[in-house]
Design a protein around this ligand. Sequence first.
Ligand code: NAD
Ligand code: AKB
Length: 323
Amino acid sequence: MSRRMNNILVIGATGQIGSELTPALREKYGQDSVIATYYTTKSGGDLGEGPLEELDIMDKKATARIIDQYDIDSVFNLAAILSAKGEENPAEAFRVNVIGFFQLLQLGLKFDLNRIIIPSSIGVFGPEVPSENAPNETVLRPTSMYGVTKVTGELLGNYYYNKFGLDVRGLRLPGIVSSKTLPGGGTTDYAVEVFYEAIRKGHYTSFVREDTTLPLMYMPDCIKSLIDLAEADLEALDHHCDFNVSSMSFTAGDLARKIEEIIPEFTYDFQPDERQEIADSWPNSMDDTPAREEWGWEPSYDLDAMAKDMIEKLKVKLGENAS
Ligand code: NAD
Ligand code: AKB
């Protein structure tokens, strides 16, 4: 049986995913049971009422103090340097994504935590993997530093589960599309930027080619996947830190044309930059059979539903600039 999640720490709570996961957890578990932490910037949207602390995941003593002070038993670790920023500063990506996580695993043992949840990414895959329906079990030879750190994170998490019984869980998220907080420097950022620019300026120049196909997912499904995996019965899990989770796949051109259907005056073009190489090293789609079988994963949104909802929400958010 899984041990209960009572007092939950969210590290990196003001990022793209944390800014929506934190309020969802607070709604479900109670506002004072979810302790949000931010790093350098407090902004990132409304996290809901509840404790908020500043935390650098590299500061092991400070992390231990917060775990102790709030009697934390479960941690969602969202602190990370994403793929594009990781290529600009590989040492920082290694520090935060690998050393920061490793220290957290050590604290997990020290404080006998019930659960640590950490997202992995499609970034774990490299060019040798089958592009369509990349299997859950396959060769993992990523060509980006981000991918190297994410594979390492999966291996470390699985090692701590197998060796010490620490309940660490993680899933390979596709690129996440959302309207609340802008993404923090990844390769799939084009799939968010295109919506903002369509509404703000009526034009978007994509930094990936028109035929670039990647696995993507709308934020409500992302939040559902993280909470469902965290709450799954431990005995039902054969995998722990490396579940593929799929939702939808489409080209950058398909996405632009879908937005054009809703905003007919929208125009777009494509000028690939260095992020194209990372996008080309990732598969078009993933097979997520283990997630479906072991904890009942099922996404709700397709491209039509996501595009409609994104545009409605961003028109409200961006106010008078929206057409
Ligand atoms: P993000 O860049 O929006 O947020 C990451 C957060 O980490 C930021 O709030 C940043 O302040 C924080 N951070 C950076 N250095 C830190 C440090 N030293 N100490 C504490 N916090 C620090 O990223 P996100 O999109 O919210 O990603 C969250 C997790 O999900 C990451 O593990 C990422 O790899 C994974 N993921 C994201 C996506 C996506 O498309 N958003 C896709 C796949 C996987
Ligand atoms: C990135 O592009 O780096 C992230 C991811 C897919 O992990 N959005």
